[in-house]
Design a protein around this ligand. Sequence first.
Ligand SMILES: Cc1cc2nc3c(=O)[nH]c(=O)nc-3n(C[C@H](O)[C@H](O)[C@H](O)COP(=O)(O)OP(=O)(O)OC[C@H]3O[C@@H](n4cnc5c(N)ncnc54)[C@H](O)[C@@H]3O)c2cc1C
Length: 391
Amino acid sequence: MRTTVGIVGAGPAGLLLARLLHNAGIDSVVLESHDRAYVEQRQRAGILEQGTADVLRAAGAADRMDREGLRHDGIELRFSGRRHRVDFPALTGGRSVTVYAQTEVCKDLIALRLADGAPLLFEAEALAVEDADTDRPRVRFRHRGVEDVLECDYVVGCDGFWGIARRAVPAAAARVFERTYPFGWLGILADVPPSHDELVYARHDRGFALLSMRSPAVSRLYLQVPEGTEAQAWGDEEIWDELERRFATDDDWKLERGPITQKSVTPMRSWVHEPMRHGRLFLAGDAAHIVPPTGAKGLNLAVGDVVTFARALTHLRDTGSAALLDAYSETCLRRVWQAERFSYDMTTLLHPAPGATPFEDRLQLARLERIVSSRAAETDLAEAYTGFPFG
Ligand SMILES: Cc1cc2nc3c(=O)[nH]c(=O)nc-3n(C[C@H](O)[C@H](O)[C@H](O)COP(=O)(O)OP(=O)(O)OC[C@H]3O[C@@H](n4cnc5c(N)ncnc54)[C@H](O)[C@@H]3O)c2cc1C
């Protein structure tokens, strides 16, 4: 099999890249190790930055997002029983975010790809990327039990944190930057209308809690839990009781309960692999960087990477200049590190670390006080949350 761009992984990065290239008249083949149902049902991100929503619209992939997605003009910060709304449009000159689940973004992009009749192979596991530093990189893969080779001009590793594409970068050419956190998020999906119409980020002495939503009928809620916690160790009522404690306010706000349909624990990690290119292999999305979910940046970073790659390749085809392609890693990493910084700031602002001293607790509250009392500090948060410009 032969193609211009071999794409490993059909998460949001791989699927959107395939769409952008198709629109630009560049052919590609997408290899995905799981089946379609798995990709369409894996619960993860839900917040699309303004720029991400605009990219999906420009790619002709936003019809359902524009019908069913929820535009959010702010978030609420909650601490010491108090509530403070951060008004995005007022602070950023009109920017907002869209609540539309990653599962739905993937479903929309898969439907478009299949309608175009363009190659997207499910249950096709990439085994290795070979000859990445030559003009003819290849992906060895196994499709439904049969081994095959995909010959490419370029390979883009969109295969997430656990993928194999990155292994083609020699250790001596790579550098990894990492920070793990001694806590994770216990996330639930519940069939109950959200108790607030915008996201609520709550800092409590017992730990962080986040109220979020997937639709007007489905709530998504998270609790900070110690590292290594098993989701099943928490009973449903125990989860609701703890959420209620952490979201408690001085006014009459009330948390609505409902049947929990899914429970899982997400570890928290900050991680960057540099550079994001080796020869003709390019890394995009979680294959190259991970942020803790507090800043809602992971999916949005993946979108930034593939937009940068698609633009660079189109530029090379149209002008003969490889300048943008050569700058790929540097361009993406500028945005990646801003998102790493913001996600780290949000995480350390809102999660009491196990063993934190009373002094550190007070500092956390002082940082929150600063945000709610200074327009400059609040603007900094609003600008970062609604998204950094694509390079
Ligand atoms: C609980 C949680 C909440 C989150 N919330 C947010 C949020 O609100 N906002 C946000 O922006 N981000 C959020 N994120 C992060 C976001 O989900 C990820 O950053 C995003 O999925 C990255 O997309 P990707 O395409 O790079 O990687 P992935 O989504 O991981 O996709 C990689 C794909 O590659 C496939 N693959 C792996 N190995 C191979 C192989 N060898 N061969 C073929 N295919 C392979 C995998 O099956 C997978 O489908 C959250 C994450 C979690 C876990």
